[in-house]
Design a protein around this ligand. Structure first.
Ligand code: ZN
Ligand code: ZN
Length: 285
């Protein structure tokens, strides 16, 4: 039971500060899993390109150089794997020069645009929803969507990563995470992406994780389809070998259920539509 073509297009090697395993081990695992496409997208937090004391002085300018050199080595090492070179640009509009410098002169296959922290706030990961009034929380979400709109306006990336990122962390106890209160802003983002032919990512990292809130993926992708969207990239956002492709099958199940027949992989910065081809277990539907 499964899918003929499984791809994981969002992954981190230990060139990323928060990931555990070397690129070679990540590629080895992707090959063993028989992935049709595998993309590593090491972090480039653009607001910290030349280091920032607030973030321990880490320089993403150096991460980008190291990671890219390792891509080339591992492409030679794994000729049988469709291993693609990606980058996750965090907060690109907070330092456009850095974002453009990271891309300059490098032949990436896939560029992800992410927003982990809105201007002058900490990463959503560190925010404590209990410490905010409902008004402050609303303000944070309005600023989140506004900054994503700025990113779309800039447009030099292929897929918008994990739109539900803030909902992982900013969710009041007992409440189901949802963007329902911000439907107009969500619609504007989805329309903007479709208009610019930028994909949206289905980040599957939380699907199989125990005790993780159920994110409103079904609502978002159902709405995206209704608006005419057809470019969805899939990524498990693995930070170690065990998490590669985690939740990808379940993600495809959900997309198939909504009525999608294809998903998207980027090669050489161009979209390739891949059929969602389900292979039923013998004797079952
Ligand atoms: Zn991310
Ligand atoms: Zn990531």
């Amino acid at each position: 039971m499964g899918y003929k073509y499984l791809a994981d297009c969002h992954s981190h090697s230990n060139c990323s500060f928060d990931a555990e395993d070397p690129m070679q081990a990540m590629c080895q695992k992707a090959q063993e899993l028989g992935l049709a496409y595998y993309t590593i997208t090491d972090h480039c937090e653009c607001d910290q390109y030349d280091g920032s004391a607030a973030f321990g002085g880490r320089k993403y300018r150096d991460t980008v150089v190291r990671s890219y050199a390792e891509y080339e080595e591992n492409q030679k090492r794994f000729p049988g794997l469709r291993f693609l070179k990606g980058i996750e640009l965090g907060q690109p509009v907070q330092n456009l020069e850095a974002a453009e410098d990271a891309l300059r002169g490098r032949k990436y296959d896939f560029v992800i645009g992410s927003l982990h922290q809105i201007r002058s706030e900490e990463d959503f990961y560190w925010l404590n929803p209990e410490s905010f009034s409902p008004e402050t929380l609303d303000d944070i979400f309005h600023r989140y969507f506004a900054e994503i709109m700025e990113m779309i306006e800039w447009g030099k990336f292929d897929s918008l990563a994990h739109i539900t990122y803030p909902l992982r962390y900013i969710c009041r106890p007992g409440e189901r995470p949802s963007f329902a209160k911000y439907q107009d802003e969500l619609d504007a983002v989805l329309r903007g992406l479709i208009e610019k032919d930028i994909a949206i990512e289905f980040n599957t990292s939380r699907i199989l994780r125990k005790n993780a809130p159920v994110l409103p993926d079904r609502e978002i992708f159902t709405r995206y389809k209704a608006l005419g969207g057809r470019r969805i990239t899939l990524g498990a956002d693995a930070h170690n070998t065990e998490s590669i492709a985690s939740g990808i099958k379940e993600g495809l199940d959900l997309l198939r259920d909504i009525g999608f027949t294809e998903y998207t992989v980027y090669i050489d910065r161009s979209p390739v539509q891949v059929p969602i081809e389900y292979i039923p277990e013998e004797g079952k539907e």
